[in-house]
Design a protein around this ligand. Sequence first.
Ligand code: HEM
Ligand SMILES: [Ca+2]
Ligand SMILES: [Ca+2]
Length: 329
Amino acid sequence: MEKRAMVFPFHIAVSCLSIIFLFATCVSGSLVFNFYAASCPSAELVVRDTVSSSSSSDPSIPGKLLRLIFHDCFVEGCDASLMLQGNNTEQSDPGNRSVGGFSVIESAKRVLEVLCPGTVSCADIIALAARDAVGIVGGPVIQIPTGRRDGMVSIASNVRPNILDTSFTMDEMINRFSNKGLSLFDLVILSGAHTIGTAHCSSFRDRFQEDSRGKLTLIDKALDSSYAEELMKECPLSASPFVQVNNDPETSMVFDNQYYTNLLTNKGLFQSDSALLSDNRTRKLVEDLANDQDFFFQSWGQSFLKLTSVGVKTGDEGEIRLSCASTNA
Ligand code: HEM
Ligand SMILES: [Ca+2]
Ligand SMILES: [Ca+2]
């Protein structure tokens, strides 16, 4: 009898909780794990397959997808505003000139429009694709909630005031991150994204100078001089503007904690990377991350979850685009 009395209320409690849970999903519209479980069960699988096959034919894809989510989320929130094409959209701002990976998102979207028309947002595809990109190159495999909706606004002039530049001081970076609800800790962890991918010479060329005889002068003393020599060879003054170098000179194809070890040896590629070591507020954290990859991976999971939740539109906000490049209207 006593046992029954214990069990019965428990069942009621569980079903009430799930009703409240479903209700919350529909109305208040916060992100939830497995948002597409009923409406499009293969959504996450389709994204993962698309990212995985495109990455095996083009190894530059994981880096592109990881940068894409950052630049999307910092302008108008994680709402695929960066996918919209047209005059004067975010894509047309010089700050997004070298952002890529759009075609991967579009191809996952095309498949999903056949399987579950009008159901899976481009914003969710971008977040899932970035998550999968990290896993594919050896990073932590994490669960992220879904239910983002696509935005209707994409304006070039919104890009500069929100994204970060390599010339920023630590305070400027902290400020831009805190405007998005992200902490100093998140800044250090998410900068670890530079453990993969590439950069154009123009992004760091002002850290050293090459005279007419090819001799190097270090301008930014935070840069290791032999690393600067290597960079100068890869990026001679005569180099084409399309030349790219690896962000992580050691393991550019692997998502690992090597980025932090590079910082400790003054081999951060951008001024904004080196700043994390020179600042008293972050140096210890950089050292801890360089010493403990598990700590980096665990922290990445937390900070990535925060990044992919910035300014999300849910419930009846925004729309589910039919094609990621344009709004439905
Ligand atoms: C904290 C301030 C940051 C600055 C100033 C910054 C700046 C840059 C720059 C200048 C490039 C090279 C672009 C080029 O020349 O083609 C780059 C590449 C990249 N960034 Fe950042 N970034 C920052 C943070 C982040 C964050 C938070 C993420 C993601 C979570 C990220 C992910 C990437 C990736 C993956 C690449 C390589 C892109 C590719 O291979 O195509 N960055 N970043
Ligand atoms: Ca956006
Ligand atoms: Ca690496």
